[in-house]
Design a protein around this ligand. Structure first.
Ligand code: UDP
Length: 498
């Protein structure tokens, strides 16, 4: 017999009502997910701001930081939004006309006004921290340093931000905040990871800060800074060497060469290129508390600064500005300052980076011997050739052989890095677009943005949160359809028997 023609069942999915349900369901899912995503985004786009001025010995820099408004107390979200370099010298150079120290900051502060939405100005904290240049001025002439602070304060108060003070940072603070900055930007603090040490080289001082298992602050407690950050305890070793920034170290080296030659009219300096020949004033060398006590009975007012271009001899001159003889602790770096054994990785920033970057020597995977050979070749290059090859102000150009040699000598002889541990140093300028330096750490501390205890974090990341919501919405819709389908009148799917 011919096969029975199949009963054509009416497919419920073809009914207009099913189509309408499906369309509504899809619209509902899309709307739900969109609202969830947008709702979250709108909040995240609102920012808060903070301004820190770094009044260094050679120049002042202004940094604007920003962070998502609702995440004040959350982790690792503060970033550098803007950097402005103040024209002219550091504020400590304006002793004769202190008001000009204040005026020098105006153009960068105006830039800050343009870079921060106007309605946020009154709630944007503004800090100024001064470092070694002002430390030296205070030693030399404390009323002059007060005048400079008054002048900068007057300028800062004239802007619509929330002025939080202009003050002198202690060396320990400068070192510790530099360490906080580096480890915060590397996201090491929130996770309690092994921290990175910080090496900071300025014009007038230099800082070394690191955590060592062999240091708990009992030996030489002045070098200890203790923190509790995100639920982890740290005892940091830190020291700031006043007068061992690269500009003051150059004076120390010149003073040493003057002393051994008892105030000569010419100095043959191995740290400058052959053919370098400049007449300089002794007064300009000794015009700093770092060297003023070494001033010999000089007959001449000026001297001729000549270049010898010899790396090895330059190293010897530089070694002579460190004192390695006295140490009343179990171990010392130099000048009788305690230092525990070096540990872990180090980030070297500020002038460490500027100098080594100029010399093309930032790659520390290159053996130290090769680095030294390259620097030696650079120092031996005649001044006429150096001038031909580089287009930067001659005053700065002339000093790179000295600065490079100073950096290596400070690290190897001063801090006791070895050819093996040299590769644990990374020369860095920025981490994730924010400059390495003390300013960010300083602001994070003063705004209480690093909590002592780990904050409660949402159990899901933003992406997982959106995915889970989407999948759940689809799942619920499918279940709804299946329930609807099973409840559909059976008569629709079976042949009708009359
Ligand atoms: O682009 C730059 C900026 C700075 N420097 C040098 O880096 C040092 C930074 O000194 P700063 O004014 O920060 O001094 P501090 O107050 O920290 O001693 C000085 O020797 C500057 O000449 C440099 O070589 N290149």
């Amino acid at each position: 017999p011919p096969p029975r023609p199949e009963m054509k069942e009416k497919n419920p999915w073809h009914r207009p009502v099913t189509i309408i349900i499906t369309v509504i369901g899809v619209i509902a899912i899309v709307t739900l997910v969109t609202v969830l995503v947008i709702q979250n985004r709108t909040i995240a786009q609102k920012y808060k701001y903070g301004i820190v001025l770094d009044a260094g010995s050679s120049h002042t820099s202004l940094y604007i930081y920003q962070w998502p408004a609702e995440k004040d107390n959350n982790t690792g979200r503060v970033e550098q939004k803007h950097h402005c370099q103040v024209a002219g010298k550091g504020i400590s150079s304006y002793t004769a006309t202190p008001y000009k120290a204040g005026e020098s900051l105006i153009s960068c502060l105006k830039e800050a006004k343009e870079n921060i939405p106007q309605k946020m100005h009154p709630e944007t904290p503004l800090y100024l921290g001064a470092t070694a240049g002002m430390r030296l001025l205070k030693l030399e002439n404390s009323s002059a340093s007060d005048e400079v602070f008054k002048a900068v304060e007057k300028t800062l108060r004239g802007f619509p931000f929330s002025y939080q003070g202009a003050r002198l940072l202690a060396g320990q603070e400068e070192g510790a905040f530099g360490w906080v900055t580096v480890n915060y930007l590397d996201d090491r603090l929130t996770q309690g990871l092994e921290t990175t040490g910080a090496l900071d080289l300025g014009g007038a001082s230099t800082q070394i800060s690191f955590v060592s298992d062999e240091y708990n602050g009992s030996e030489s407690p002045d070098n200890a800074v203790s923190f509790r950050l995100y639920g982890y305890d740290y005892t940091l070793y830190t020291h700031s060497f006043l007068c061992y920034g690269k500009d003051q170290a150059l004076r120390l080296a010149l003073a040493h060469q003057t002393k051994v030659n008892s105030g000569p009219t010419a100095i043959m300096d191995p740290c400058f290129h052959k053919g370098y020949n400049e007449t300089k004033h002794y007064a300009a060398v000794y015009d700093s508390p770092c060297v003023s006590d070494q001033k010999p009975q000089i007959v001449s007012e000026t001297f001729i600064h000549l270049g010898g271009g010899n790396f090895t001899q330059c190293q010897e001159v530089i070694k002579s500005v460190f004192n390695f003889t006295s140490c009343r602790y179990s171990r010392c770096s130099f000048n009788g300052i305690f230092q525990p054994p070096l540990q872990g990785q180090f980030g070297a920033f500020s002038a460490y980076f500027f100098v080594m970057n100029f010399l093309n020597l930032t790659d520390t995977s290159v053996p130290l011997k090769t680095v030294m050979q390259k620097l030696s070749d650079y120092c031996a290059t005649p001044w006429t050739q150096i001038k031909k090859e580089h287009d930067i102000p001659l005053k700065y150009l002339a000093e790179y052989c000295f600065s490079g040699t100073y950096i290596l000598t400070l690290m190897m002889e001063g801090y006791n890095f070895t050819s093996e541990t040299y590769s644990s140093i990374k020369y860095i300028q920025k981490i994730k677009n924010s400059d390495a330096g003390w300013t960010l750490g300083y602001m994070l501390n003063l705004t209480n943005m690093i909590p002592a205890e780990a904050p409660d974090s949402p159990p899901l990341t933003y992406t997982s949160y959106v995915s889970v919501v989407t999948v759940m919405a689809i799942l619920l819709f499918v279940i709804f359809i299946l329930i609807l389908y099973s409840l559909w009148p059976k008569c629709n799917t079976e042949p009708k028997i009359i």
